[in-house]
Design a binder for this molecule. Structure first.
Ligand SMILES: Nc1nc2c(c(=O)[nH]1)N[C@H]1C(S)=C(S)[C@@H](COP(=O)(O)OP(=O)(O)OC[C@H]3O[C@@H](n4cnc5c(N)ncnc54)[C@H](O)[C@@H]3O)O[C@H]1N2
Ligand code: MOO
Length: 455
């Protein structure tokens, strides 16, 4: 049975009033438009770049294309342990021991001769093939014979097989993954030229927040402080500080107006309650509101402002899932551009179950892949599937061939239980979705298809 509180629709619907009675302070921006505004701001500024040693480049993105500094392999290389041979066999086994990886022997191999060789060793000039040890035998007279036909060049990796010096290996804006570090090292790099990570400060607002222990006397644990810094880092940001400001308007003004960050992220205080200070402080600081409310649930009071100077402020609502919604709607596209990253490929999937819609606004609903672990609380599975392993039923693909995702329960604005079990957020259009409808999915930065979560 579906509990609307758990499904997060009751609060969203309760907040929809007849237009005439709605105290609209501003025009909320449609969800897709809000994302485009944030993305355009991010790419409008040319990101600063710098050279860093390889070991510091992980998680950055390439500021320029990666070109090979050498041929790879840089010499004709034995692909196997065995014998380098010259010409047709049988072969005399020459004096002089083995050719090992890292040795610089350059003496040519005379026709009719063989020399022991190790995988990765430089093949001597004149060698025409490598014979694997298990495919060879030596007779009592010391002659080497092949147990199989020998083809010219077999088990020799020719110089330049993978690339020639100067070849274009990767385009600019490629994220530096462990594999990219490996390739760069192989191709001769000691340093990489990467885009500077945008500096981000997080300001957590709210007098009701505790940083340890159990909730008591109306106080609750701060769920956003621990979540935002690592999430923002996974989006490419350098989070310089997470500061707790309480509900102190002066402290907020001082923090915002004195910030040297590229992006300030605030949490809470975006609405019009007695201690919601974000709007008045932005006004006092001379900020320009670029997005003031978004037609999305949860998270509709989110905002994006240009501070004086070249920096921005993203105001995330205080309800924790509403903050996640703001993070993915405004902060992610903004930071992606500032960090020099490309937009990810749009990802679409069919929802296994129908999802309630908001009458006018987009909804973002946590989903998990139909083959993933779902800890027993999928939207139709909560308490009713009795599936013993907690795994969603389903093949992983829909009838349309699109991947299948399962909407999760516990997706109310104040809840994190759904998103913590999710692989992504489904973008549910106004009016909702039927079972099988194919929807856009926002991936989470640590979901399997992404490359971002290395630091
Ligand atoms: N009269 C109206 N009231 C509200 C509306 C509205 O349209 N009219 N919108 C509601 C919606 S939707 C949201 S979302 C919130 C946004 O509020 P704020 O951004 O001003 O956030 P707060 O009031 O400071 O907090 C809301 C809620 O979240 C809790 N919170 C805040 N920070 C944290 C944190 N770091 N960790 C955990 N929980 C946090 C806070 O205690 C409140 O319960 O406004 C609605 N009201
Ligand atoms: O319901 Mo509010 O939309 O942001 O949490």
């Amino acid at each position: 049975m579906t509990d609307p509180e758990v499904d997060g629709v009751d609060e969203a619907l309760a907040l929809v009033g007849p237009p005439a009675r709605k105290p609209e302070r501003h025009r909320a921006t449609p969800w897709a438009e809000a994302r485009s505004v944030a993305a355009r701001l991010g790419t409008a500024r040319s990101a600063p770049t710098r050279r860093v040693p390889l070991e510091q480049a992980l998680g950055g993105v390439l500021a320029q294309p990666l070109a090979a500094l050498t041929d790879l392999p840089s010499f004709d290389t034995s692909a196997m342990d065995g014998w380098a041979v010259a010409g047709p066999g049988p072969w005399r086994v020459g004096e002089g021991g083995s050719v090992l990886a890292g040795h610089a022997r350059t003496a040519p191999l005379p026709d009719g001769e063989a020399v022991r060789i190790a995988t990765g060793a430089r093949v001597p000039p004149g060698a025409t093939a490598v014979i694997r040890s298990e495919h060879s035998r030596t007779d009592s007279g010391g002659q080497l014979h092949a147990r199989r036909d020998v083809t010219h060049g077999q088990d020799i990796r020719p110089r330049g097989q993978e690339c020639r010096s100067g070849d274009h290996l990767l385009p600019a804006a490629t994220p530096v993954t462990p594999a990219v570090l490996g390739l760069a090292a192989a191709a001769g790099y000691d340093e990489l030229h990467i885009v500077e990570r945008p500096r981000v400060e997080v300001l957590v607002l709210g007098d009701e927040l505790l940083t340890s222990g159990l909730p008591h006397d109306g106080l609750i644990r701060d769920a956003l402080g621990p979540m935002l810094a690592p999430w923002l880092r996974a989006l490419g940001a350098d989070v310089t500080v997470t500061r707790r400001i309480g509900d102190d308007a002066d402290a907020l003004y001082t923090a915002v107006s004195g910030s040297r960050a590229d992006v300030v992220i605030t949490t809470g205080g975006t609405a019009a309650g007695p201690v919601d200070h974000v709007h008045p402080v932005l006004h006092k600081a001379g900020a320009e509101l670029l997005v003031d409310g978004v037609k999305v649930r949860p998270g509709h009071p989110m905002l994006l402002a240009r501070l004086t100077g070249a920096s921005y402020l993203v105001g995330l609502p205080g309800n924790p899932l509403a903050a996640v919604s703001g993070l993915l709607t405004l902060a992610e596209p903004l930071l992606r551009g500032l960090a020099g990253r490309r937009a990810p490929q749009a990802h679409r999937a069919a929802v296994r179950d129908a999802v309630h819609g908001h009458p006018h606004d987009t909804r973002l609903v946590p989903v998990t892949s139909a083959t993933g672990h779902v800890t027993g609380h999928t939207a139709t599975g909560h308490g009713s599937t009795g599936h013993p392993t907690g795994r969603a039923r389903g093949s992983g693909a829909s009838a349309s061939g699109a991947p299948l995702v399962v909407p999760l329960h516990y997706n109310g604005p104040a809840m994190l239980r759904g998103i913590a079990a999710a692989d992504g957020l489904a973008v549910v259009p106004p009016g909702g979705a039927r079972a099988g409808d194919v929807l856009e999915i926002l991936d989470l930065p640590w979901a399997a298809t992404t490359e971002r979560c290395f630091t």
